[in-house]
Design a protein around this ligand. Structure first.
Ligand code: NCD
Length: 319
């Protein structure tokens, strides 16, 4: 790496997961993202540091905000951004995935952003290509930039993460967002509660250093931050919940249920939201408490930071 002496570096070629990152490396990325929040609020948002570099966004699973966010991030940094949106039905098998990796690599990209429905697929592709790879979500494994943008949102609103009580609620079993957040928020000293019905709670959830709650009201008690998760019906191959109505009655976030949390509680959701399933509109649209739109804004800043940091070595740049 070509970082200046004394400046904490990010000594990784790829960003595949939060697990394994040092707290100082996470903080480094968050600090780097701050400048891009400011830049994004200016009328002219452009920076040329990725000029001449090719960024491929290869999304083998559907996405709206993450794909758009990575595209905007790359364009604001001056990269040539190309999107490959492949349907979820193709490219599932090992050989085909490796062929895809070789094809992408042959285009000589400078950075590849990948979303894939299979856990571990992004890491597999990363082994076969000659440029940095960013994981934009792989199966139920990890979604590192989502956890980074969540952390940036919380840090800016609450001034820090240490000692905060964060309740992550809903479909934890299928959620890569929850996994990345477990790793990140515990690394930075927050107290994490995993709140879910027994059918949607991973049996080994405690290995993440979080406390499980199967009662929503108990789980929300005294929370500084409540992070709601979407019911990932597309990943369910059986009956995990009786009905969405019943789910809302027992695990939906309503104003009255939120009263158990701290008065200045921050409400978050990675999107897409299912109103009336995991969250009530009155809570989602409460401008005092909801940080949902801010999360999207922080997403662009965090992705700009990650694209910049991971391409520094190949640019021979120490910025
Ligand atoms: C999440 C994802 O794709 O994992 N969404 C996102 O990236 N903003 C969560 C979800 O799909 O529910």
């Amino acid at each position: 790496m070509t970082n200046q002496p004394g400046v904490p570096s990010f000594p990784h070629r790829h960003l595949l997961a939060i697990e394994g990152l040092q707290p100082s490396e996470i903080t480094f990325l968050l600090d780097e993202a701050e400048q891009w929040v400011d830049a994004g609020r200016r009328a002219r948002k452009h920076d040329d540091r990725l000029q001449g570099l090719t960024q491929i966004n290869a999304f083998f699973e559907n996405s709206t905000r993450t794909l758009l966010s990575f595209e905007i991030a790359g364009k604001r940094l001056g990269a040539d951004v190309v999107n490959l949106a492949a349907g979820a039905s193709s490219l599932k098998k090992g050989e085909t995935l490796l062929d895809t990796a070789l094809t992408l690599n042959a285009m000589r990209p400078d950075v590849i952003v990948i979303r894939h429905e299979s856990s571990g697929a992004v890491a597999l592709i990363a082994e076969k290509v000659d440029c940095p790879v960013l994981n934009a979500g792989d199966g139920r494994h990890e979604h590192p930039t989502q956890a980074l943008l969540d952390a940036l949102t919380i840090r800016r609103r609450k001034g820090g993460l240490e000692g905060l009580r964060v309740a992550i609620c809903g479909d934890i079993l299928h959620s890569r967002v929850a996994r990345s957040n477990f790793h990140l928020l515990t690394a930075l000293g927050a107290e994490i509660r995993a709140v879910a019905p027994p059918t949607l709670m991973p049996f080994d959830v405690e290995r993440f250093g979080v406390t499980p709650f199967t009662d929503m009201d108990a789980g929300l008690e005294g929370a500084d931050v409540v992070m709601m998760l979407r019911l990932q019906l597309e990943r369910m191959d059986g009956a995990y919940v009786p009905s969405t109505r019943e789910y809302f009655r027992t695990f939906g976030l309503t104003r009255s249920r939120l009263a158990a949390a701290k008065p200045d509680v921050l409400v978050m959701h990675p999107g897409p939201m299912n109103r009336g399933v995991e969250i009530d509109s009155a809570v989602a649209d409460d401008i005092q408490r909801s940080a949902i739109a801010e999360q999207v804004e922080m997403g662009v800043a965090v992705r700009m930071a990650c694209l910049d940091v991971l391409t520094r070595e190949r640019r021979g740049d120490s910025r």
